[in-house]
Design a protein around this ligand. Structure first.
Ligand code: 1CP
Length: 349
């Protein structure tokens, strides 16, 4: 591996400068991504064609001095493999053709076999590793059980995800049956990505922060901990650092750090220094600039990068990132400014 910064930071080892990658770094803000997506015909086709998924994974790596690549895919590949059938319409977002609306729909679900039912993902991981040729490490990922359940029940994005919450209140046993099967699917999927060559694993619990504290512990945290435990008992995945990102769940940082993960992703509603004080040396931290910073001027971007680095302080264990994904309207040059600023302002002599 030519660039070890990201993996060293996840292990909380000293680095020459702070590593940086960006959530959704392969995406619609890049004209080359839009061109490949148009060539693929659809987002789902892009995900399911390993050569094209590989091509878009490498696009941001070719353009910017990023310290990690992330598999191009989506969290909804698992529901798709479970038979819910994913499509993503331009400007509309993801949609599942067969959302879970009855208890019988949940009883029918099984754990997909990652190497056969999700073979296109494993083939993409193997191909990307080969094409990266050791330039930077590759991150594999999955959605959290709660976040996947939100989409599986609702069938599409939602501001409140009232349907899955109502199921959790009305029939918690059925909700737990769903979360359990999805957690086993996520653990098997992540273990398979590690076996295929993913060098770090990340779980996106994008909608964890929609839950009140007690519900978060029961319906999200419990299953994140279960997956971390399953991965610890897997002979390949146990050595692959796991990053948990529960957006909007800052009140649970200590509990998330106790799951056995290597790092926590943070959104921008907490100062890095405060988060570090709370979790101490138990985990590395990843984040956390407000993605809207990229709409500000280059001088303001550099200023905010400097403040975030200062807030974390001169400790090992920081991976720079935004607090959520980069948005489609961003000028790519502004992302270049951010990445250069992270490296320049964090260089240790
Ligand atoms: O039109 C398009 O080209 C589709 C836009 C798009 C993209 C670029 C979607 C549909 N997914 C993706 C890729 C994607 N999704 C990646 C790629 C790797 C990267 O570069 O980071 C990743 C990690 C995801 C994960 C994902 N999908 C999450 C978790 C992360 C997050 O942003 O919170 C979620 C919630 C999804 C669902 C999803 N898929 C696509 C969209 C637009 C959404 C969000 C929908 C919503 O807001 O409910």
């Amino acid at each position: 591996m030519q660039n070890e910064r990201f993996l060293r930071a996840l292990r909380r080892e000293p680095v020459d400068c702070t590593p940086v990658w960006i959530m959704r770094q392969a995406g619609r803000y890049l004209p080359e991504y839009r061109a490949t997506r148009a060539r693929a015909g659809s987002f789902v086709k892009l995900c399911k064609t390993p050569e094209l998924a590989c091509e878009v994974t490498l696009q941001p790596i070719a353009r910017f001095p990023l310290d990690a690549a992330i598999l191009f895919s989506d969290i909804l590949t698992i529901p798709d493999a479970m038979g819910l059938s994913l499509s993503v319409d331009e400007g509309v977002g993801p949609r599942l053709a067969h959302p879970l609306r009855a208890r019988a729909d949940i009883d029918k679900l099984g754990v997909p076999d990652a190497e056969t039912d999700l073979r296109y993902v494993m083939d993409a991981v193997r191909l990307i590793r080969r094409e990266l040729n050791g330039r930077v490490p590759l991150i594999g990922f999955a959605g959290s059980p709660w976040t996947l359940a939100c989409y599986m029940i609702e069938g599409e994005g939602s501001a409140s995800f009232a349907r899955p919450k109502a199921l959790a209140w009305d029939d918690p046993a059925t909700m737990h049956r769903l979360l359990d099967v999805v957690a086993r699917a996520v653990a098997a999927y992540l273990a398979a990505q590690a076996a295929a060559g993913a060098q770090a694993l990340m779980i996106f619990d994008t909608w964890g922060g929609l839950l009140a504290p007690e519900m978060f512990r029961e319906f999200s945290l419990r299953y994140l901990a279960q997956i971390a435990q399953i991965l610890k008992s897997n002979h390949v995945a146990r050595d692959v650092p796991l990053i948990l990102f529960s957006k909007g769940a800052n009140s649970h940082l200590e509990a998330l750090a106790d799951t056995g993960c290597a790092a926590l992703g943070l959104d921008w509603t907490i100062a890095l220094g405060d988060a570090r004080t709370r979790v101490g040396d138990r985990v590395a931290l990843q984040g956390n600039l407000d993605p809207s910073v990229l709409h500000a001027t280059p001088d303001a971007i550099r200023g905010e990068v400097g403040k975030a680095l200062a807030s974390f302080g001169a400790h090992p264990g920081h991976v720079f990132n935004l607090g959520h994904g980069i948005t489609p309207e961003v000028n790519p040059e502004h992302l270049g400014v951010l990445i250069d600023a992270v490296h320049a302002l964090s260089t240790r002599t």
